[in-house]
Design a protein around this ligand. Structure first.
Ligand SMILES: *[C@@H]1O[C@H](CO)[C@@H](O)[C@H](O)[C@H]1NC(C)=O
Ligand SMILES: *[C@@H]1O[C@H](CO)[C@@H](O)[C@H](O)[C@H]1NC(C)=O
Ligand SMILES: *[C@@H]1O[C@H](CO)[C@@H](O)[C@H](O)[C@H]1NC(C)=O
Ligand SMILES: *[C@@H]1O[C@H](CO)[C@@H](O)[C@H](O)[C@H]1NC(C)=O
Ligand SMILES: *[C@@H]1O[C@H](CO)[C@@H](O)[C@H](O)[C@H]1NC(C)=O
Ligand SMILES: [Ca+2]
Ligand SMILES: [Ca+2]
Ligand SMILES: [Ca+2]
Length: 536
């Protein structure tokens, strides 16, 4: 207990110095505000603010509560991207751009904002020319409730994880950008009784307390994950005069921080990429394809905060990938810093990416692309290939969109499948030596193009006629990844998605790799030799 006031005072001192340094000579403004209610304004308010001013206010309330900020007057010089005069609001310290909640100018009031923890800061800047009347704002400490407009955040019952107080009532209004939906996930829940008449959490699918749109929850079971039908969600917590519980903890995510992808190919980036991602967010991106599909993801770029120097783990900001649709699914990996994991393939048709960032130090973020691996069975005899693609897996495609070698070898309809039956001297097939064995190779094209948008996926099919063994692996990612994908497919010719139809154990991949590696090595040596000769 003794520690907390100490930490608090220390923090105020450090931050005060920062605030004082930032204030302009001759103009008194900015400072640290630590009472539970207060107000502040631009210098000389309600008169014109002076030019060349920079002020910063830091609001620090007691730990565990949040800061609610309301503007009552707002009039700054206008510029489309607020380059001249502006107010910037930060969810924490102002020296960390990852905390930026918004930048405002002109006469549009900033929305009512609530910090997601006990620190909020406001920066006011004016340039050389043109001034106006500035702004006046009040703030108050919030024990519970508020208007939340971050990309993501956490809400808890008062005093969580200690027991919540009796006779409490809190309302959180979560607002997302227009057209974006809000997802709310409870991670802990313990409230009085199983009948929701005493203490309860109610979730309203909209901004108002309309009973017919509410779901009430109590007892010991986490409420189900909720997704709003509009860009507003209201959460109400109420306790009666006796008997409490630990209460609840839930996190929400919205906008570019929460998306569900169902297209057969796509890109996912961290919020604001390639600008700094926000601090203090938890983002969820789900990929959900039709049954039978696998999902292969490629990591184009990762720049997250460094590993902890103590644990060497990704303790601060990290990207995790789960082989399924929730965080209970097996984790395929967790990365940070500038890790570049190899492509990964899901075992089923669902994949979840989760980005968690902590309270300070943001970075560029990540960019990932994925491609759905079409379910198919490939088999072969000594003379021909047979390829089956279940037509219900690709309902958007016609049979001519699936072809071997060239569009002149399209699939035919056979029951519920698109089927290609091709002799080895047709459809672009060609013999090759791989791993010291003769194989027949061709490329299967699956054309997902629509309108003017070209999107043709390529799969290499391979047959070893002597053993009648076939295999298939995806070649394409999105085009810039083609090369990576090729190298990668050469390196692992038996990916999880490579469904070979005849199951006898084919143990030849290892020296396939070695053979290709030797070829590449030989190529490089030759190149060096040639360059050497030229130089001589
Ligand atoms: C602003 O705060 C001061 C004290 O710091 C107080 O006297 C004043 O009434 C407040 N004004 C408003 C409009 O809240
Ligand atoms: C993904 O990004 C790449 C490179 O920026 C682009 O070429 C491709 O069209 C994008 N794919 C989708 C599905 O948006
Ligand atoms: C593909 O093969 C698997 C196992 O060999 C089988 O269960 C499945 O039904 C086949 N699919 C098609 C479309 O023939
Ligand atoms: C390739 O196969 C031939 C004949 O089957 C054998 O003599 C040779 O050693 C093999 N080479 C490699 C690298 O396995
Ligand atoms: C390549 O052949 C060797 C034996 O010659 C075998 O041990 C290895 O598993 C084979 N690799 C592949 C990919 O077939
Ligand atoms: Ca100005
Ligand atoms: Ca109670
Ligand atoms: Ca961080």
């Amino acid at each position: 207990m003794q520690n907390i006031p100490c930490k608090f005072i220390f923090m105020i001192t450090v931050l005060w110095e920062e605030a004082v340094i930032q204030a302009r000579k001759g103009v008194k403004c900015g400072g640290v505000l630590s009472s539970s209610v207060g107000n502040f304004s631009s210098p000389n308010f309600p008169g014109l603010y002076p030019p060349y001013t920079e002020c910063s206010w830091l609001i620090v309330v007691s730990e565990g509560s949040t800061v609610q900020l309301t503007f009552h007057h707002f009039d700054l010089e206008f510029h489309e991207s607020c380059e001249y005069d502006y107010v910037k609001i930060y969810n924490g310290e102002s020296k960390d751009e990852g905390n930026l909640l918004g930048k405002f100018c002109g006469t549009d009031f900033p929305p009512q904002l609530t910090s997601s923890w006990h620190v909020l800061s406001v920066l006011f800047h004016s340039d050389k020319h043109v001034t106006s009347t500035g702004f006046f704002a009040t703030y108050k400490k919030d024990i519970c409730g508020g208007i939340l407009n971050g990309l993501s955040g956490v809400i808890t019952s008062p005093d969580y994880p200690d027991n919540y107080p009796n006779n409490a009532e809190c309302q959180w209004l979560i607002q997302a950008a227009p057209d974006s939906k809000i997802r709310l996930v409870f991670t802990d829940f313990q409230m009085e009784s199983e009948e929701c008449n005493f203490d309860y959490v109610a979730i309203f699918d909209g901004p108002n307390l309309e009973e017919n749109k509410a779901q009430r929850y109590c007892g010991y079971t986490n409420p189900p994950d909720t997704t709003s039908s509009s860009n507003e969600l209201l959460v109400v917590f109420k306790s009666d005069f006796n008997i409490g519980g630990r209460g609840f903890k839930a996190h929400f995510s919205t906008g570019e921080c929460r998306e569900i992808f169902t297209t057969v190919k796509g890109n996912i980036t961290s919020p604001r990429y390639p600008d700094l991602y926000p601090n203090n967010i938890i983002c969820h991106w789900n990929i959900q394809l039709l049954p039978g599909f696998h999902i292969k993801i490629f990591f184009r770029d990762i720049e997250l905060e460094e590993r902890s120097s103590l644990s060497k783990e990704c303790d601060y900001d990290h990207l995790s990938v789960y082989d399924g649709d929730s965080e209970d699914s097996p984790m395929l990996g967790r990365w940070c810093a500038s890790d570049t994991p190899p492509p990964l393939t899901s075992s089923g048709n669902k994949l979840l990416l989760v980005l968690v960032t902590d309270r300070d130090t943001a970075n560029k973020g990540f960019s990932v692309s994925y491609i759905g691996v079409v379910p198919m069975n490939v088999s072969c005899t000594r003379t021909d290939f047979q390829i089956l693609v279940p037509s219900q897996s690709v309902p958007q495609l016609e049979r001519s969109h699936i072809y071997l070698g060239s569009p002149s070898c399209p699939s035919q309809i056979s029951g519920n499948n698109y089927k290609i039956y091709a002799r080895f001297d047709t459809c672009g097939t060609e013999p090759q030596k791989r791993n010291n064995t003769s194989v027949i190779v061709s490329v299967l094209y699956v054309d997902f193009s629509f309108g003017t948008h070209e999107d043709i996926h390529e799969y290499e099919v391979q047959c070893e006629p002597k053993r009648k063994e076939a295999s298939v692996h995806i070649l394409s990612g999105s085009d810039p990844l083609r090369l990576n994908a090729l190298l990668d497919s050469a390196a692992e010719s038996r990916l999880p998605e490579a469904e070979s139809s005849e199951t006898s154990d084919n143990g030849q991949d290892g020296s396939d790799v070695i053979f290709i590696s030797i070829c590449i090595l030989a190529g490089i040596l030759m190149l060096i030799a040639v360059v050497g000769l030229v130089l001589l």
